[in-house]
Ligand binder design. Sequence first.
Ligand code: SF4
Length: 691
Amino acid sequence: MSRVRTTCPYCGVGCGLVAEHLPEGGVRVSADADHPANLGRICVKGAALGDTLGLAGRQLYPEVDGGRVPWDAALETAARKLQETVREHGPQAVAFYASGQLLTEDYYVANKLMKGFIGAGNIDTNSRLCMASAVVGYKRAFGADVVPCSYRDLEQTDLIVLVGSNAAWTHPVLYQRIAQAKQDNPALQVVVVDPRRTATCDIADLHLRLAPGSDAGLYAGLLRAVCEQRPLAAAQFAGQEAALASAQGWSVDNVAHYCDLDRDVVTDFYRRFVTAPRAMTLYTMGINQSSTGSDKCNAIINAHLASGQIGRVGCGPFSLTGQPNAMGGREVGGLANQLACHMQFVPQDIARLGRFWGSERIAATPGLMAVELFDAIERGEVKAVWIMGTNPAVSLPDSDKVNRALAACPLVIVSEVSAGTDTGRHAHICFPALAWGEKNGTVTNSERRISRQRPFMPPPGEARADWWILAQVARGMGYGAAFGWQHPHEIFCEHAALSGFENAGRRAFDISGLADLTREQYDQLSPVQWPVNAAHPQGSERMLNEGRGWGVETRLTMVPVTPQRYREANAPGLVLNTGRYRDQWHTMTRTGTVPRLMQHSPLPRVAIHPEDARRCRVTDGQPVKLTSPCGTMTGFAQLTDDQAPGTLFAPMHWNRQFASESGVNSLVAGHCDPHSGQPESKQTAVTLSGW
Ligand code: SF4
């Protein structure tokens, strides 16, 4: 019975797993006791991975215009049509839309082809929907996309504040670690800040059920409370005076009014934070998915900087990523507004990248971010899009508009594991991609830990690795010399070498210590946290040590914040919050095929407070229809006082493939944060009616 150590393909916890082929057939997936992310823990989704490995519903052969074709023909058609688009309309008419499901090696090749050789910045990713605001928050505060914390801090802290995070369902193994830490150390306090009462509240000492979108006001008040207890020395941080001035108006009374909280609850929270020797704030979609998400992130970071709760064991503002390789995408430049290895669109970095890649066509300006990319397709400005490992026809805001845009786009290429997805229905060229268990490469989790995904299944049908498909198309476009890899190990080493190229402390992301791995060392690579370089050959558990910057050129910065709740705060109706169920992943193309995962919640339920249900004349279990200016969604009412009056919650998972008329993203408008481009998926004004 062979055992292969690998990494989970679902959430950003990045658990280490062991896959074993059973003598009677099938694969058992269990937790890897030695992986530092999970230390032998696993959640229900991870444990059911063995049930998702069947070939039913797989895209197994290349297709052009709906018909099966040989690989050569599909690759030649894609390369020729992309070249024709560039020739006739320029490089800006081409775009890639990638995914936090891609491995780092796949992502690296996609970014190199688009930004290095096609010559446009137009590669963005579904990670834009997930943590782009957190990236902006870190970059504004630290000068780089640096996550200061580690999971091990969870067991070495005195206070954990979870803001906008239902970790019990969305990062289950981290929740298990926190629950265990609390059991081992009853003095550990847990505070949950969330408009809903969620499963995460089961271990909370205090739940702040604040008004939707009011988090920045709460943290502005915390900054003021911290500085009243321990005034900052002058000019300790860049931007300090302006940030403190912006917090001045946030007295406890004003915070209580703004957040719709009891003032004693606010005071209690501030007292716990100010007196905790070590405190962490864990935040995720409830903060990031906002039209002011970047400011919300900086409001959190400001409080940590002012209180000294950063750069020490058990301290820090900790953004949890949603996907298995959201962080890897950030590292390779998978976001349209950055270049590879944390380089920026500045002349020095553009020239540096040109020297390394041997290209004179490096993109000179940032590309289109997710929502604006599909808007540009709808306007006819982008005429060719290659979508990899994601289902934007369901998962992007205003998804009806996305479907219209794709239907009218002259060239849609889709690289997919699943056949017949909502996005795949628009494809002119469809490439069959390898799935988890077949792929070979690396991912990076929320704590900067690079970890191997290893194959333990043979490639089915004619499916191939995403990096291979991209490299073949690049060669067909005439860029062969730069895309000649034979194995993902070679791509990883090139990526690692680039991270150290002319770096000398300029960029935080540096894994040059891994650039010379042999193939065997790559295969055996143990999970390691970046940076990994000459100064940190074993990796780095914590960054911003003792509150200092990460490099010679860094100065920590406080950002002034003007709290705003959400764009449609004054619109009539109920406010809809969207999110995940415990046992489902994204648009259910994988988890939706597993009966035991479907049992947890077999239908899309719309959680509603009983008072609102009475007012809307809706009973428990009744079919309901939600309507916004963008579209409609149907579901089934679930009456619960876990939901605050005036608010609703609906899952993001259901789509046409699973017999829903349309998904929740039909309702969500594409209001985006002006700094991060992240859409406001967490607050949408809707009306509800029974039917
Ligand atoms: Fe996978 Fe996340 Fe569950 Fe870990 S917690 S097993 S990474 S889904």
